[in-house]
Design a protein around this ligand. Structure first.
Ligand code: HEM
Ligand SMILES: *[C@@H]1O[C@H](CO)[C@@H](O)[C@H](O)[C@H]1NC(C)=O
Ligand SMILES: *[C@@H]1O[C@H](CO)[C@@H](O)[C@H](O)[C@H]1NC(C)=O
Length: 342
């Protein structure tokens, strides 16, 4: 009898352990419906408030979904700060230059902790916030139901970020390989690159473009970038020519004056700009150098609705990149910048 119940208890323990493991790796829409009702609205409220104050934060969040999920899966490893124990986390990698919106995520996490302590992971908050930013920046054209149930990772290394994320100096072959390693197709790579319709880049991220030949960059635009980049050691420049200041455009690429926008907007304008050789990064222009990729640039320039839909799907796919299978113990962090045992 004793034996039987011990065996039964062991079986129950194993079943429970398997159930817990399955729960940890299976993402669900409405994951917090019972444990933290309303959490998605809390995130959205803070993101909307932040974007009203500064629309640039929207771009920063959309970039974060990529930079978190491509390295160790979506585990908020990109949010960890340097500590004596781990002085070089992902954040400090050169490829992560310019990452932002960390303060906003701290603010959201703190509001969520007040509401439901120890319940909602930073990894899920990041995905919700990036999803909401994409939606707000596109007037709702980019949207998806974000599944949740991720755990926060315990590891973060600059060298891994540098290895897993694409560099703007990559050629098309290197870019394709990089995305393929994460099971993303050439088409999905072209779709996701459309995120460069918003936000900014440092001049150091496109230095070689300032001397690239006219087949690769419109000379007038090259002149505009060179002018901006001459203004300081490493200034930032808006990614989308349509968000440039009218004076600079009038002086350099007046044909683009009618296309300037009143507010920064997440749409398919990146593909039009790209075909006109008016994009900042080498990796953007590289998409025109390979037949399939170039075909998709035309496809998405021709159909903005199609891009909105496919971009939403690709962001969702990014958000499902799993934690590394081995050594990937997770937790719900108390603060997004630090592991709990710190
Ligand atoms: C195809 C490979 C890609 C390369 C080589 C690349 C490279 C870069 C670089 C160099 C910057 C500027 C960083 C700086 O100098 O401050 C940047 C900005 C940005 N990237 Fe990418 N990127 C790629 C794909 C993506 C993807 C897949 C997304 C999201 C879906 C994305 C979203 C953004 C956004 C939104 C910004 C602006 C960030 C801000 O203003 O804060 N990029 N990217
Ligand atoms: C890519 O797909 C393969 C085969 O289905 C799978 O084994 C691998 O874990 C996937 N890689 C990522 C990063 O999801
Ligand atoms: C553009 O894409 C949408 C969404 O897939 C589709 O319904 C529509 O027919 C396409 N428009 C054109 C002109 O091809």
């Amino acid at each position: 009898m004793m034996m039987r119940s011990a065996v039964a208890a062991a079986v129950v323990a194993v079943v429970l352990a398997v159930a817990v493991a399955a729960e940890a790796s299976e993402l669900k829409v409405g994951y917090y419906d019972k444990s933290c009702p309303g959490v998605e609205n809390v995130v959205k409220w803070h993101v909307a408030k932040a974007l009203k104050a500064n629309r640039k934060t929207g771009a920063a969040l959309v970039r974060l979904i990529f930079h978190d999920c491509f390295v160790r899966g979506c585990d908020a490893s990109v949010l960890l700060d340097p500590t004596p124990e781990n002085p070089a986390p992902e954040k400090t990698a050169p490829v992560n230059i310019g990452l932002a919106a960390f303060e906003l995520l701290d603010e959201i996490k703190s509001a969520v902790e007040d509401r439901c302590p120890g319940t909602v992971s930073c990894a899920d908050i990041l995905i919700y916030a990036a999803r909401d930013a994409g939606s707000l920046m596109s007037n709702g054209n980019v949207h998806f139901d974000a599944p949740a149930g991720r755990l926060d990772g315990m590891h973060s290394h600059a060298a891994e970020a540098q290895h897993d994320l694409p560099d703007s100096t990559f050629n098309i072959g290197e870019l394709i390989q990089n995305f393929k390693r994460k099971n993303f197709t050439i088409e999905e790579m072209v779709i996701l690159s459309g995120a460069h319709a918003i936000g900014v880049g440092h001049c150091s991220s496109f230095r070689a473009r300032l001397t690239a030949p006219k087949e690769q960059i419109l000379p007038a635009y090259r002149g505009l970038l060179a002018g901006k980049c001459g203004a300081g050691p490493d200034p930032i420049v808006t990614n989308n020519i349509r968000d440039e200041d009218p004076k600079a455009i009038a002086a350099t690429v007046p044909s683009f004056l009618p296309k300037l926008r009143k507010i920064e907007f997440l749409d398919n304008s990146y593909y039009h700009n790209n075909l006109a050789r008016i994009v900042t990064f080498n990796s953007d222009w590289q998409l025109l150098t390979e037949k399939e990729a170039r075909g998709h640039v035309h496809e998405y320039a021709d159909n903005g609705t199609l891009w909105d839909e496919d971009f939403s799907d690709s962001l969702l796919k990014l958000s499902k990149l799993p934690l590394l299978p081995h050594g990937s113990k997770g937790e719900i962090r108390k603060k997004c910048r630090y592991v709990n045992h710190y």
